[in-house]
Design a protein around this ligand. Sequence first.
Ligand code: ADP
Length: 758
Amino acid sequence: MTTHRTRIGVLTSGGDAQGMNAAVRAVVRAGIRFGADVFAIHEGYQGMVDGGAGISQLGWDDVGGIQQRGGTVIGTARCAEFRERDGRRAAARNLLTHGIDRLVVIGGDGSLTGADLLSQEWDSLLAELVAAGEITAETAQAHPALMIAGIVGSIDNDMVGTDMTIGADSALHRITEAVDAIASTAASHQRTFVVEVMGRRCGYLALTAALAGGCDFALIPEAPPGPGWEDEMCAALKHGRSLGRRDSIILVAEGARDQHGARISAELVKHELETRLGEDTRVTILGHVQRGGTPSAFDRSMATMMGYAAAEELMSATPADGAQLIGVRRNRVRRTPLMRSVNENKAVSQLVDDGHYARAMAARGESYAELHSILRAIAHPQPTPTSVPKRIGIVHAGGLAAGMNTAVRAAVRLGHDRGHTMLGLERGFSGLRHGHVRELTLADVEGWTGLGGADLGTRRDVIEPEHLYALSRAIETHQIDAVLMIGGIDGYDSVHRLYAERAHYPALAIPMICLPASIDNNLPGTELSVGADTALNAIVEAIDRIKQSAMAARRCFVIETMGGDCGYLALMAALSAGAEQAYLPEEGITLAALQADVTRMTDRFREGRRLFLTVRSERADDQYTTDVVSRIFEAEGGDLYDVRQAVLGHLQQGGNPSPFDRVLATRLAAASIDALTTALARGETTAAMIGLEHGALVTTPVADMDELVDWENRRPAKQWWLGMRRMVRDLADPPTAAELAAQSASAAPAGTTSTNGS
Ligand code: ADP
């Protein structure tokens, strides 16, 4: 009897989704690192049913450089034979031919259901194969169970058990790009556009794209509009026009319906608008564009996390575990029993089909309903007569971050909805001191949703003691009842100082909220800040180009990212772009580490590889600067390879905000206006930080700031993402000969011995 290494099969099945390649790469590399042989099953279940060339082993380098490609390099298909038992019997036999009894299945709920069925039937299929003489009894005994890890690849984001599915964020990028483009032409002609997006039973794409695109309406399957919706829609559009809006865009999910279950098509919406408003209306159906294109940074990093976790899961899986779904919940990998999630998901779809809309909406989770109600208020602010009008000042402080304008627009519109007067405090706190205060109307912030930059102006300076008197006078003079600070660490520092001086300057004792906006993602009270996702996408796009430029030579790149004293951007960029190394301020750089990297590089290039990518955070180390690191590598490289440095600079702060940052900015602005309105109504002087912790909105008192911030290093004392460091290392280099020897010396996991057919 020979002992075999664990063998894992990986397939992508059903509809393709951007990011599937990053998952495949992570499964293959993590599998090999953990001591397994990994096989691609090509064209979904078809490769499994057909066997032969349909299943092939993948090596470390076979999955190099694929994560930036859309679609799936191992193919996907819909396979009718696999739905039949005979097809699944052939599939089981073909898997055993290669000794595979562990599978990572990346697909939608159909594909995952198929995988579960195969694992349920495994016993009886093997018995049939033994009876027919197609496999031996020993083979059957050696593989008593088929262990499954499922990953959801679906652009619709329609799965219970994971906050996001692979491809949804990239699809949102495509839709938002299209909506931005349509908005500019619509505004030029004062036209109305109806845009249809995917989502038969899940309105996630339509709803989030409507928020990200600053659209007027979203028609989604889970929230069908009531009778008379056509009049309501037209009245809202007219109202918008009267306030100076030049374009109107309505997003329709392909599964949108009315309360009687009758379909609301884009054409129907167009017809209603044309007859009721007499306006020229155009329809755009986005279709497959949504599945295409380069995966977003988030889809790459999340798919990498999931693939890595799936391989890890299968290495330790036992037949008793049952099939597992590898999802993400609140930025962390989360495992749930596969069929529980699939069945719950089917139940939600059924609720939609049966007309139980409120229950379907609730089942999609709290934030889904929250986004839906934000869209109504933000698209059509209607001041509530009962609210007590107050004057809320909005100010930026800290470095520029894409999404600042988005947050201001949302705050202004939602503030108006609550009946407040909204004020722009221009050019930061120093502008306020000098009286740069102006009222912001809805028309003032028109078109700011997708606009990069910060039109109110932002400053990096921090409030000094000598500014306090002038500041408190300005607050009194302009009758500012509350302050919303949208900015970075300098802004947090400033609000903290204002808070501490309340006893001396009573004018400062007003409600204040900090809304996190910084590309560095280094703010307390939140796991993510507005602008970081946009910066990451900019970095990852730049690295894609840099990689392409290096195809011919043997070259090491040292790429410098921003991030201040926080390594978030560098680490996440390295993970998304598949870099070999990330140098972070949290760890510093040592000569020994550089020496080790030179050795890695030399080995690699001698083996014939062409590229070695390192990402260095701008303040990773005071002495080993990007230039010094590059020179050391160059000096050591001799004729073997050359070295180039690329300091990415301000392209990371510029550009229009990503859809994720727009939605985040909007959610945080809504929570801020809520918190300020409540405080003002109760006469409280709350000073708090709004944030997203574990995926949920939270407020943390400004009084806790000192405990949460490492002021010396200007970053949070605890950083949740540092745990991902290990993945960059594990996926960068194949195991060394010594590591391989250690692996084979350790006992093979149960169920990996085989005597036949492998
Ligand atoms: P998705 O995985 O994107 O939901 P499908 O529902 O088309 O896409 O499923 C993809 C493939 O998964 C199908 O073509 C089939 O091979 C397999 N499959 C789906 N549902 C089942 C099922 N109930 N039993 C067996 N195989 C299935």
